[in-house]
Structure formats: structure tokens, C-alpha cells
Ligand binder design. Sequence first.
Ligand code: BGC
Length: 719
Amino acid sequence: MNDQQLLDLVKQMTREEKIAQLLQLTGAFYEGFHDKELLTGPRAELGVSEETVNASGSALNLSGAKTAIQVQETYLKKNRLGIPLLIMADVVHGYKTIFPIPLAIGCSWDLPLAEQSAEIAARESAVSGIHVTFSPMVDLVRDPRWGRVMESTGEDPFLNSLYARAFVRGYQGQDLKGDKERLAACVKHFAAYGAPEGGREYNTVDMSERNLRESYLPGYKAAVEEGATMVMASFNTVDGIPASGNEKLMRGILRGEWGFDGVIISDWASIREMIAHGASEDDREAALRAIRAGIDIEMMTPCYVHHLDDLVNEGEIEENQIDEAVLRILQLKEKLGLFEQPHRAADPERENEVILSADHRKAAYELAVKSSVLLKNDGTLPLRAHSKVALVGPYAETNSILGWWSCEGNPQDATPLAPALRERMQEGKLSVASCGIETITGGELADMLEATESADVLVVALGEAAEMSGEGAARTNIQLPKAQLELVRRLKATGKPLAAVLFNGRPLDLAGLFEEADAVLEAWFPGTEGGAAIADLLLGRVNPSGRLSMSFPQSVGQVPVYYNHYSTGRPLKAGSDERYVSKYIDSPNEPLLPFGFGLSYTSFEYGELLVSSDRMTKEEPLTVQVTVTNTGQRAGIETVQLYVRDLSGEVVRPVRELKAFTRLSLQPGESGTAVFTLHEEQLRYHHSDLSFTSDPGAFRLYAGPNSRDTQEVAFQLIT
Ligand code: BGC
């Protein structure tokens, strides 16, 4: 259908039908959904009629080809104009083949693999009846207390934007209508949901517009530029106004400045939550603010359904404001090809073929390998072939390694670390004992200590439970649970080499582990193939190459601590014990592990940093290069990173900003050259009047293996 036909369809709809299009309910509300009991209870609670449910435009968290087909069929029988139901779900890091959590993917710095993970997630969920995913989540994060950092790709606006684009491409492909095994992508949570005060879930976000534009908006903008078809409003306030009623954000920036013409959806109940914010006195006012702001779909609350009709009758809004939202929803249905094929790709046979296929598992394995970050190693890793190994700790034998937001992922499809290691080691070389996450019984401790007795080297698999990160899981203490730290102490007392593997959803405060362990491998929640990937990494069958996309603090007291911070008038100089400088008297300023950091089993040596000129103009970019040699015994990947600092900004600029990176894959003894071109446009930023320009003057350029250990060169921008 073309736009005119869609407009004609809108004209045929009654106002009631139109308003119902703007409502989104969970699958539980629909007849044909597997859980029949849920049908009537929640409907009564929400106060919506059966007719409204039958006419509502979209459903969330409903999946499985058979269910989706059945729901759609029943729905269409009751829908007067034959407008199909749009089905959405949180497919965040895989559907049934679960990839590492997004923060881990962020650490891969591997955009093609990130894109492939989204493509696979799309294929599995599209054949299972889903049309739209509430992903990618591109909220920039600087505070590991916030549980949802696991859903983000990290603390850098440039890197996050690249991932945002990769995920959108992977989900949507080139043509949503022609390629039915893709999903429409809903980028979220617009805007700045990742900056809640104190890291506390759903808390206030308050920042300058300049900071918002500089650090927080680029990820969403990149997703929109890449063609994301939907945007989700966030729960939080931005400059005092809840996003769900924030006209400046939705109509001003998103639609006006960025030209976004897709669908905007609220977050779960976030329209009604404007009452709790103190920004609306009741549902009616909340509906008014949301529709005026430009929110098209209301998720899970009935403010629109109960009040839009009256608001039109009372002259508070124009009917065409409703029509506009309905048209966008119908356009999305058309874009997905639902009018012609309401079941789209839903197909139980295809489900059997593609879900957890060997190819999908292989991609999940690859990404789990690339996402793991070696944080410390004195040579304990990789494990030697002849060594006797004891594997102990809460993550030794569990298959609960999928992480929060693992959609339809089933732990039973994942292999735990112990069997994966056993399969790869000679018989009798591995002893295993495990324990709980927050408490360790005397018996468990005794078994673990016994397992260590005959071992030459100890591997302790530690971490947070999956539910300790994700939505609603902010923590003020981001250390490992006390019982695990006590376990580390006991293991250390054996005097045997100790390697730790971490399964967690946020950068942790590693006090009590980092110093004690001889090697630390950050595995995050690695997904379905995590066991195999981590076993291969431990045994050195593959070489770690992940790089942190979020800093690890020394302690929670430093938080937020991130690499692209500003300087002060009194910066702390290395080695200085001056009092009146910007510092803590009980902690270093620097994080424990900086952005971009990650080790390898091989070693890399950097040559001199070479720049084509010490002057850059608009016409003459700089060419920057550095040669890197693999000086170790194994093949490895080195991620060479390029940062800049503007030293005479009109407003102060971050001490370092990532501008480019490249991944060099080098055999032992091999050299490779990272070559970057740096243009004037890359030095532009938002000035005090929000204009986006560059400043002539002094700059510094840095290159190296992470944001800390860099070589530097000065240059001047001449404009
Ligand atoms: C989350 C969203 C999610 C939605 C639907 C909300 O609570 O904030 O990220 O997409 O639920 O499940």
C-alpha cells in the first residue's frame, strides 16, 4: 500500500479504532496466546474492553511461530478493516542463540561480528513471529552502579555510535519487506537514560544541553541515521521534563532536527508514570502531554485509550494529531509487509531449521571469544597442557551464563565451563567443585579446597548472578559477594597459581581479587557458547583480544570514572603529593583499568607515532601511522586506538576522545601498520551556543593500545 492508500485507510477508521491502534499490550491479553488465564485478569485491571484489545495496534513479548500465527489469525477475524497486529519483543542479545551481553559485545570492538549477532537474532525471532525488536539500547553509561550498563556498549559516544549502526544494519538489513527474516529496530531509551543520578534505576537525569548533545545523543542519532524504524522514549526526566512528555526531545530534536519519521513508543507505563514524576495530575493530563510531545504508541497503560477521545472533543488536541500517529504505525506495518503477509516470516518449520543452528552457535562462540577481556596475567594463563587444574567457584559448573535480557534463551542450551574444559583436557587433569553465588556452605568450601589439593593451578570462576544486573538492579556495592572474596582468600592461601574468570554484568570493584589473582579473565555473561569460548581461551586455543569499553573503577567511591572526562584548573600531576589539586586523599584518580584496556597472550611492540604534518587545515587532513609488531609466540589481534585532545577549546574538551581504531591481526614476528586519516570535521564539537564547529589552535594526538598507555604528538589546526 502506498501512503495515499494508508491515508485512506486511516480515514475509514473510527476514532475509537484509531486510538486503539496507539495501545500496546503484552501477548497475554490476546486470545490464542498460550497462557489463557492471563487473558481476563490483566484486562480488567487495566480497564480496557475486549473490543479495545481486539483493535489495539501492537503486542509485546509474544513469540513462537505457532502462537504468533494463532494470535494474528484470531485477531484479524475480529478486526473490521483487517489491519494486522504488530508484534514486538525485547530481543536484546539474541533470541534463543544467546550472544554475550551488549557490554561484552562492546568490548569486542568487532563491528562485523556485532552486526552478525543482530542479523542472527533477527532471523531467529522473525521466524518465531516477532516483527520489531526493542533494541539496540544505545544509552551511554558511566556509572557501573546502574544495572543496565550490561545492555549498553559502554562509555564512548563514538564507539557506541558505531555499534548502534552495526546493530541497526544487522536487525533490519536493506529491505524489511523483501527480507522477511529481519526485524524492525527500536532504538532506546531516548534520551540519556544511562545517566541516572547515583546510578539508581529510573532516577533523575540532569545535565547541560551541551553535554547531552556531545555525549549522550550521538548513539541515538547514529541509529536513526542508519534507518532505525522506531524510537523508545525513556523513563527519566531530561532537564526536568519526563521524556514521555518531552516535546523538545521528541518533536524538536528527534523529528525536527534529525528528520525521524518513524514510530515513537513510550516505555512500559511511562506515560502514566508522569503522574508519579509530578508532571501530570492524572491520566488525562499525562495523555495530553504525551500526544503533544509526539509519542505514538502507549505501552501498557490506558491513558490514550481513556482520554484521547475527550481531549479531541474538548478541543485540547486536534484529531489529526491522532491520525498522524496512526499513519506512522500503519506505515511501519506496511514497511514490514504485514498487510500482504500478516504472518510475515512466522514459520514453525523454519524455527526448527534456524534456531540454535550450527552456524548461529558458531557466531555466538566467536563473539564470546572476542568479547572476553584479559585483565591481568603474569603468565598463569593460558593453562599448560600438562598441568593439573582445579576449577572451583560459583560459575564452575552452572549453565546460567546467558545474562539478563536473554529473551527466549534457555540455559539448558548452554554448556557450562566445567564440561567444556573437561572435553578439551586429558582425562584426570581436571577436578571441579562449585558453590553458591552469595553464600558458600561449609561443605562446598571443603569440596573446593579438596579439589585444589592435587592441582598445580587453580581456576576460580566468580561473579554476580544474572539478576544482579539488568533492569531494576542498581547496586551501591559493586564488589564480588563477600563469600566469594573469602573463597579467593582461602585459595590464595594454598600458594598455588590462581586464575580468576569473571561472569558479571557491570565493571566491578575488584578489590580483594585483582591483587590476589595471578590472572583475571573477564568473561561477562558470554551466552550460549560461553562455556566453549572460555575453555578455549583458558587453554590458549584462542587468544584474548577484547578491550574494555567501560572503565573499571578502583572503588565505588570514584564512580563515575571514565576516560573522556575533562581536566580541571588544578589537575593532579603524576607522582605529586600536592594538597590543593583535584584528587582524592584516599584513592588514585585513575580507574583500576581504563577504557580500551585488554591484554593478549602475545606481546606487541609499538614503533614511533608518525604524523604527516604538524598543521592541519580543512583541506589537508593529517595522516597518522604507527607500526606494531607481534613480538610474542602466538598470533594475536592488537586494537590500535587513536585519541585527540583540543587544548584551546572555546569550552573545555575531554582529556582524550576516541577518534578511530583499527584491529591488526598479526602472526608471531609479523608487523602491521595502523594508518588513520584525521579530518577537521572530526574535531568539531558543540560550542556554548550549541553550534557544531572546530576551534583553531593547539591539539594533541595520542595512539596506543588503550586510552592510557599512549604516545603523543602535537599539531595545530589552522582554519
Ligand atoms: C524496559 C524497556 C523494554 C520494555 C519492554 C521496560 O521496562 O525499560 O527496555 O523494552 O520494558 O519489555
